[in-house]
Ligand binder design. Structure first.
Ligand SMILES: [Ca+2]
Ligand SMILES: [Ca+2]
Ligand SMILES: [Ca+2]
Length: 689
């Protein structure tokens, strides 16, 4: 079975229109942008003077802005929630605990290569870990199960009590018959000498957060009294590769018809994620206690670069400059898990369009490689030109298949539903410019409190290849550990930035609009689509999108840390920040990309179906409140409401009433978020005494 998931998530369901200040053009008059910009010299002199003054204070007189340590500028930090799980695309999040379905028999095998989201129900009874292909580094096979500090809804467990360690995520198997097995028509009881082992690979941190040393990952076996006994555990610590562990199942207590195993992470409720990644679980009899008993070659990673320099551009732009934008290629990571045996492996690729017509095919038998034992390797496929696709948002699907010519027990021996030899991935040309792959592995912001109460700016450069109408920006806002709600920042688009290191008085700002708080969309992909009041017609050329904040705080923007810029381990060269009146390039150690996109094309390209463009105006009374909260405003009937605390944790939700009972909320600051069935969206804040 192939899986198919979109590299670029679909539009989110909700969007919010921001009332902007349009500095340059009226939509009706699409004049020459350059001419108008000449009139638009903003007053940067004050900022520049202030910067010089500050530099004199904090640095030797000869030093320029470069003397500010880069590390104090851009800050990266782990995610504090998992948006994928908060609203997973293909599962009902309300069904958290599954029932026991069917009893499994040995061999047991799961390598998470064929799903995304929650663990497969036919193998597991719970839904607290999440399956992904972006957090593990060099996994044994494609896809890993990630343990963090978030429940099945993607919210932290008991975040209010930071001192107490708790059991966080668990992964519990469906019952496995370890009492007997069939041999022909006979049943034979398992016994301790059958050499039954469970083996699995674990990685600490990966591209996520370091598990604290007081954290642990634990393994439990269910005994004949129905009690889960702890049989194995490791402590948290620094990042590791995937390491394989073996645990014997050799007690009569476990030879029961409904044996289960359970992995649990035990963690302090700090709000950090403390990531553990688990992969490649196997249980079988007659095993030896080392890694030499695995015979498998698996696809382990996949990165598509169908477009050069970007993860996406509008297809019209691609066609216009196809020789420049033709992608570098596709990187297929393969892992030969055989300890001592090289395996000759055929490697194929088929590319289809959205009508399932084949555009390109490398039959596996034409492309053969010898994969060395016990190591991973990358197969590079050359980039192709896709200039015959139809429609404004054409879709490509890439089907990769490996055919090891021996020593490959998947799919045949270990249940053909888990076939790590075939992986599919799609790319849809969307009407935006982006550098990210749609999934955040961390947070990104400016960190400069040490510089005092000054403004900070961040900008990403986009080399726009074709004249087009800029409709807005899409930004991925993470929820922050620190509450950044109510902090002022302005989204900005520039035509030009001043030269690096020089006073920033040559900046050409062409659009700016304030946002008085981050918009936490609960959509599947978590992007907030922010459309401008008016169309901004841009000639081709370089533009910069980002923000200005008036005081130091960390605006927690999504940070894509697994998809690399331009086909390799290259830092994105298009990231800039400005703290002291001159622009700096981001440090080359910043290997990922903040998740900001420029939205082009026709407004109709962003047909969100049911979404209204107007945001709801919501008023509450009294504020502060004690027992109840009255809600008024233009709000559609049967709207849904959520109350979230300052950390963004959902405290209460339901169908909106005129009066909400809030007597059970702890004292504090809250957000009330209202969503109409028509997609309209409103947000307000209140205080509970
Ligand atoms: Ca895997
Ligand atoms: Ca395989
Ligand atoms: Ca990512």
């Amino acid at each position: 079975m192939n899986i198919s998931h979109n590299l670029y998530n679909k539009f989110n369901k909700y969007s919010l229109r921001i009332n902007g200040f349009f500095y340059v053009l009226k939509s009706a008059q699409q004049k020459s942008l350059e001419a108008v910009m000449m009139k638009l010299r903003l007053n940067w002199v004050k900022v520049a003077l202030f910067s010089v003054f500050l530099l004199l204070l904090i640095s030797p007189p000869s030093a320029k802005a470069q003397s500010i340590p880069h590390a104090s500028g851009i800050k990266l930090f782990p995610l504090t929630r998992n948006p994928l799980v908060t609203n997973p695309p293909k599962f009902n999040p309300l069904i958290v605990q599954r029932s026991i379905t069917d009893t499994l028999a040995l061999p047991f095998f799961e390598d998470f290569s064929q799903e995304l989201g929650y663990p497969r129900g036919t193998r597991f009874t719970d839904k607290q870990v999440w399956i992904n292909n972006n957090f593990g580094i060099k996994p044994p096979s494609y896809g890993v199960a990630t343990f963090d500090h978030l429940d099945a809804y993607g919210n932290p467990y008991d975040p209010l009590n930071k001192m107490v360690s708790v059991f966080a995520d668990s992964l519990t198997s469906q019952p496995i018959n370890l009492q007997y097995y069939w041999s022909g028509a006979n049943t034979i009881n398992y016994k301790p000498t059958d050499s039954i082992y469970i083996s699995f690979f674990v990685q600490l941190q990966g591209l996520g957060d370091i598990p604290d040393t007081e954290d642990s990952l634990l393994l439990y076996f269910k005994n004949r009294n129905g009690v889960f006994e702890r049989v194995w555990g490791i402590k948290g610590g620094k990042q590791t590769p995937f390491i394989q562990y073996f645990v014997a199942i050799d007690q009569y207590d476990y030879f029961i018809p409904d044996f289960q195993f359970r992995f649990v992470n035990f963690t302090k409720a700090s709000g950090n994620l403390n990531h553990w990644h688990l992969d490649y679980i196997r249980i079988d009899k007659n095993r030896t206690v080392n890694y030499t008993d695995i015979q498998d070659v698996a696809i382990s990673t996949l990165n598509l670069y169908p477009i050069k320099n970007f993860s996406n551009v509008p297809y019209k732009h691609y066609l216009y400059n196809k020789s420049t934008l033709k992608g570098r290629g596709y990187l297929l990571g393969m892992n030969n898990l055989n300890a001592n045996t090289a395996v000759q492996t055929r490697i194929g690729l088929t590319i289809k369009n959205q009508y399932n017509q084949q555009l390109y095919n490398i039959p596996p038998f034409t492309n053969v490689r010898n994969l060395a034992a016990n190591r991973d390797s990358i197969e590079k496929f050359d980039g192709l030109l896709f200039d015959t696709l139809s429609g404004p948002t054409p879709k490509l699907s890439f089907d990769f298949e490996i055919q090891p010519q021996g020593n490959d027990e998947t799919p045949t021996q270990f249940n053909s539903t888990t076939n790590n030899n075939k992986i599919s991935m799609e790319h849809t040309f969307m009407p935006w410019y982006s550098y990210d792959d749609g999934s955040a592995e961390g947070g990104f912001g400016l960190d400069y409190e040490n510089l005092g109460n000054i403004k900070g700016q961040f900008a990403m450069e986009f080399d726009v290849q074709h004249p087009d109408s800029l409709r807005g920006l899409a930004i991925y806002f993470n929820q922050s550990l620190n509450d950044v709600s109510g902090r002022n920042f302005r989204l900005r688009v520039w035509r030009a930035l001043s030269p690096i290191g020089a006073p920033d008085k040559q900046d050409l700002l062409i659009y700016e609009f304030p946002i008085d708080r981050p918009i936490y969309t609960d959509s599947i992909n978590h992007f907030s689509f922010i459309f401008f009041d008016s169309v901004l017609y841009l000639p081709k050329g370089k533009y910069y999108a980002g923000w200005q904040q008036s005081v130091p705080f960390i605006l927690n923007v999504g940070y894509d840390n697994n998809y690399r810029y331009n086909y390799g381990n290259n830092p994105n060269p298009h990231l800039f920040y400005n703290l002291l009146g001159s622009w700096e390039r981001s440090d080359p150690s910043i290997m990922g990309t903040p998740m900001i996109r420029m939205l082009f094309g026709e407004r109709i390209d962003y047909s969100f179906g049911t979404v209204r463009l107007e945001s709801l105006s919501v008023k509450t009374y009294p504020n502060p409140c004690t027992h109840w909260l009255a809600v008024s405003g233009w709000i559609p009937e049967h709207s849904h409401y959520e109350i979230r605390d300052v950390r963004g944790v959902k405290m209460q939700e339901g169908v909106l009433q005129d009066k909400l009972d809030v007597v059970n909320l702890p004292s504090g600051n809250y957000q009330l978020i209202i969503r109409g069935k028509d997609g309209s969206y409103g947000i307000t804040r209140f205080i509970k005494l």
